[in-house]
Write a protein that binds this ligand. Structure first.
Ligand code: SF4
Length: 294
């Protein structure tokens, strides 16, 4: 069927399907691989989308800042600081990460050096700058996004556009600064027209992400959006099936939440993200920034 559709129409359909998936509406094909399983903590929330979900608006809603009024009155202390984590991959396919041992004495400097002026995948053709990652090399909290956008490609830094500004607000709301955490992406070069990274690009680039995560050795990894979550969890399931649940990634706590770019289109989801971040704060012993609801 795809052979009869124009490239533009295929891109529009792809974008719309991804939007539905971000919302937790199952896609129109069978799930092909593993399902992350969790043991819900006391604060776990059901995220199932009810039947009869109303049609989505044609245009995205204009962005608003992460306003304190959008932050629900839930204290971090009220959320368990010792969540159970379970991740049972059910895929019978080879794992991208399982076979990769930790490299002794690896460091971000060495990984960046090994990456070099990378041409390993086709994304190098359109990039301006490689966006390796930024932040504290010993961070206890790492945010993993999808890939660089226009602003990131120009500056060579992750999350510096509109979505990045929102991420900065989220980090500050947690009582941290950007320099306290580490921020990186699944792919390090901007996909053309900000399309979703393709499987071969993710497969080629993500081993460097894995080395970064191993070298930093954070207590918590937060995946921002479906691509990051699906990559690290090696699943095709939409993020809504496990968003806000504690999962295991190579012995570390992993939590998936919505991408800030999704929040720019859907400000109403900020309260869900804030609830997710409060779970992270509870684990890391963080207090919300003064003046913010708690
Ligand atoms: Fe290399 Fe990653 Fe860029 Fe592809 S996306 S060219 S693997 S750095």
């Amino acid at each position: 069927m795809a052979a009869h559709l124009s490239e533009t129409l295929q891109k529009k359909i792809s974008t719309r399907l991804r939007f539905y998936e971000d919302l937790g509406i199952p896609l129109f094909y069978g799930h092909r691989c593993s399902v992350p399983r969790t043991v819900p903590g006391p604060s776990a929330q059901a995220q199932e989308i009810p039947s009869g979900t109303p049609a989505l608006p044609e245009e995205p809603v204009l962005a608003k800042p992460l306003a304190p009024t959008l932050v629900p009155n839930i204290s971090a202390a009220a959320i368990s600081a010792t969540p159970k984590t379970t991740f049972i991959p059910t895929a019978a396919k080879p794992s991208l990460f399982a076979a990769m041992d930790r490299i002794p004495d690896d460091s971000l400097l060495k990984i960046r050096s090994d990456l070099g002026e990378c041409t390993r995948c086709k994304l190098h053709r359109g990039r301006n700058k490689i966006v390796f990652g930024e932040g504290n090399p010993k961070a206890q909290l790492v945010f993993v996004g999808e890939g660089p956008g226009h602003d990131e490609d120009v500056q060579g830094l992750p999350f510096v556009g509109r979505a990045g500004k929102l991420l900065t607000q989220m980090i500050e709301a947690m009582g941290l600064e950007r320099k306290d955490v580490y921020i990186c992406n699944v792919v390090k070069c901007r996909p053309p027209e900000n399309r979703t990274p393709e499987k071969d690009e993710i497969t080629t680039c993500s081993p460097f992400l894995l080395r970064q995560l191993d070298a930093i050795s954070p207590q918590v990894i937060v995946c921002l959006g479906s691509v990051a979550a699906q990559t690290l969890l090696e699943t095709n399931r939409g993020i809504s099936h496990y968003r806000g649940e504690w999962l295991d990634f190579r012995g570390r706590k992993l939590l998936a939440t919505y991408h800030p770019a999704y929040l720019l289109r859907n400000p109403g989801a900020k309260s869900e993200v804030w609830r997710d971040l409060q779970k992270v704060m509870a684990v890391l012993g963080l207090q919300p920034r003064k003046g913010r609801s708690s």
